[in-house]
Design a binder for this molecule. Structure first.
Ligand SMILES: O=C(O)CCCC[C@@H]1SC[C@@H]2NC(=O)N[C@@H]21
Length: 243
């Protein structure tokens, strides 16, 4: 697995997407930057991380015609690979918050941004961007965010953590197959944050409601049971899980 290490770039996802347009690159190549000037998050948000203290990297994966309906399988595999790597570092109380935030002790420590190249109805390549808070200690105005150092009380070697994640990611991506969907979904459900607990959700207009997360559907929609056993499915754009 080739690692391209940069001091700074706008966004490792953008850098890698440009690179694959320029020349063929090896499968599972990784671009790692010590700092990003325009880190990107889910839903058009920005991803801000203190330079040199955190991991911001992107991995390239080619697919031999993965039907696009399996994009959520890819999401789950990536989340679970990071989950396994963090478990090996003894990070406590890990959970996956739908769709693919990784939490420790209810605080977000990792975010994932996957950008797919589609050809007809197939995913032919993906750029998997991962932002992991490692040694950052202060998060202004973000009470629900933490880092490995804040949780464990000691700093971590960035490269060691990176290699551990890449190792788990490689194993997960190389074995990714639609035939394993149910198995992967079961594992994802086991670690799903607030599953079967009373939770509060918010619509984009600010209106809130209460419900129970019962699971995630095959296309990645959150299945929520509301009053009177009414089941609804939501996409990330439609609803936000507050607590
Ligand atoms: O939780 C999120 O909103 C997703 C955050 C993803 C951030 C990572 S950092 C490395 C890669 N490059 C980016 O610009 N974004 C992803």
């Amino acid at each position: 697995m080739e690692i391209i290490k940069l001091n700074a770039t706008n966004s490792t996802n953008t850098y890698l997407k440009n690179l694959i347009k320029e020349k063929p690159i090896a499968d599972l190549s990784c671009v790692w930057a010590l700092s990003q000037t325009q880190g990107r998050g889910q839903q058009g948000a920005s991803w801000v991380a203190e330079p040199g203290k955190n991991l911001t990297f992107s991995v390239f994966k080619k697919f031999d015609q993965l039907p696009s309906e399996y994009h959520f399988l890819l999401n789950m595999e990536v989340s679970l690979a990071i989950f396994r790597a963090l478990k090996k570092l003894y990070i406590p109380d890990l959970a996956v918050k739908w769709a693919n935030d990784i939490l420790s002790a209810k605080k977000k420590i990792c975010g994932i941004l996957i950008e797919n190249t589609l050809h007809k109805e197939y995913i032919t390549a993906s750029v998997i961007g991962i932002g992991l808070n490692v040694n950052q200690l202060f998060f202004n105005d973000l009470p629900n965010v933490s880092s490995l150092q804040k949780i464990m009380g000691h700093p971590f070697d960035l490269e060691e953590v990176l290699l551990l994640i890449l190792h788990e990611l490689e194993a997960a991506l190389l074995s990714l197959s639609p035939t394993r969907f149910e198995e992967v979904l079961d594992e994802y459900h086991m670690h799903l944050f607030r599953k079967d607990k009373p939770s509060t959700f918010e619509y984009p207009d600010g209106q809130r409601f209460m419900g129970y997360i019962r699971g995630v559907s095959h296309n990645g929609q959150l299945q929520v049971e509301q009053e009177d056993a009414l089941m609804s499915s939501f996409s990330l754009k439609e609803v936000k899980l507050l607590y």
